[in-house]
Design a protein around this ligand. Sequence first.
Ligand code: GLC
Length: 576
Amino acid sequence: MTVSSHPRQKPRQLSPAHDWWRQASVYQIYPRSFHDSNGDGLGDLPGITAKVPYLRKLGIDAVWLSPFYPSALADGGYDVDDYRNVDPRLGTLADFDEMTAALHEAGIKLIVDIVPNHSSDRHEWFREALASPAGSPARDRYIFRDGLGPDGSEPPSDWQSIFGGSAWERITEPDGTPGQWYLHLFAKEQPDFNWDNQEVREDFLTTLRFWADRGVDGFRVDVAHGLTKHLPETLPAEIEMPGMASEHGQHLFWDRDEVHDIYAQWRQVFNEYDPPRMAVAEAWVHPSRRARYASPEGLGQAFNFDLLTADFDAADFRSSITRNLAEADATGASSTWVFSNHDVVRHPTRYGLSAAPVPEAAAETETGTPMAGGAHDGKAWLLAGAPEHELDRDLGLARAKAATLLMLALPGSAYLYQGEELGLHEVTDIPDGQRQDPAFFRNPGVDIGRDGCRVPLPWDADHTAFGFSETGAHLPQPQWFSKVAAELQERNPRSTLNLYRKALWLRQILQGPEELQWIEEDDPQVLHFARPQGWHSVTNFGDKPVPLPAGLVLLSSGVLPQDGTLRPATTVWMTR
Ligand code: GLC
């Protein structure tokens, strides 16, 4: 056995009040699917307040709340009508304040989602732009262009939107004639802002202060690598553009260097507060370019989706962990880890499907650029081409629990997605007629979209809508939810819920400095590392039992036999 270290290069003086986010366990709530308090079938903010005791008992440090703003739900709330309000179906600003106070009272911080790349087409600015003439200041807040061809009836370029189909949509001018086109990198209901426009910049500063003044502790920045665009007079064809995750910042709209001027300004706003507000960037960029988003002069932290996109494989896990810890070290940020979120197939299902062949159509789309929305990286296409019998649910869940326990032992922040603490699999059989995700509608037959991970949670097996609501759920819940409801798992000491609870509480106690030491085992399928407090995590990625290293077992993701071995797809935490 040999040891290789990853100690931090420069130990920092950390302050618990300022640096709470560095090693936080953050639980993402997708509010419309969490808990419905008023029986309209849609989760809401009072529903979250009612579940604060559950969240407290889970042992998380913070909640990341996906968009709760007024929205037509063309993209699950990421199409925002009004950045400084609450969707009336989800509650009021007073409900927001009550929820924030209840979370804070329980010792839980609150991170809200900010969507700056685009608004919804119902935003008052966009409606004003439609009602105003070409070239007007109102149009300048978005990206309008004349069409090509003699009558301007062809889009300004052949660019494709992330959700499929053209990235340009033609409008009707106020006088009723067919008119200009606007850019939407996502759904057509999500027009892209023009970040060269000062009013846009100022307005987002106002929005950040609005929520920071209300007591939010941080922001998750949606599509943080978008925003600034450089569109020359003659637009190049899609095929002429460099890859979206290019290493050089040469792309016309993704990951341009100028975007960091915006975040430097945002940082000044965050630092007006005591403690400073934190932020985490959703930036699907080349790994070499992630550091700037995470720098202390910028947003301070950035998601890395490396473990999320890796297979359940010891070598892949080890190399992404090593790379990300080194990266965090270089920037002064802390690492982030995540397996599931509202954009990807839940990780028990991904791991249960990993042997399935890649369907041809999906393989083709996969060779393109990584999808900013993430659905492709989350292997939604696997499901489109993989009938249910190819899914090994038990193996998938065992691997997912092992992976999660490993993640929760790593230095840095762990981001969890609602329902993963119940071991939920993806819901794979939503009828087409009940799907909501634009990624499904715009990629027929290729991508089933992201609804399968957004199905309302099962709280109580014996109640209507499994306790989610007194009436029903806005996405259909499967029968198997009756076996995994939270209330049943509460009573079973060996449930996934109780595993998460124990792990999250132990993590709070055992977290020390952000350091990790690899312990080399003979078997390459075993990943073993130690944290400074004498806390070890050992995972068997292989398909045969391996000898369990000596020590006292604190927690195990699966059954631990008496014969001193560690079963396949199992992680143990130990002290020595
Ligand atoms: C982000 C969100 C995703 C959304 C997209 C457009 O990637 O996570 O859900 O569809 O941005 O806002």
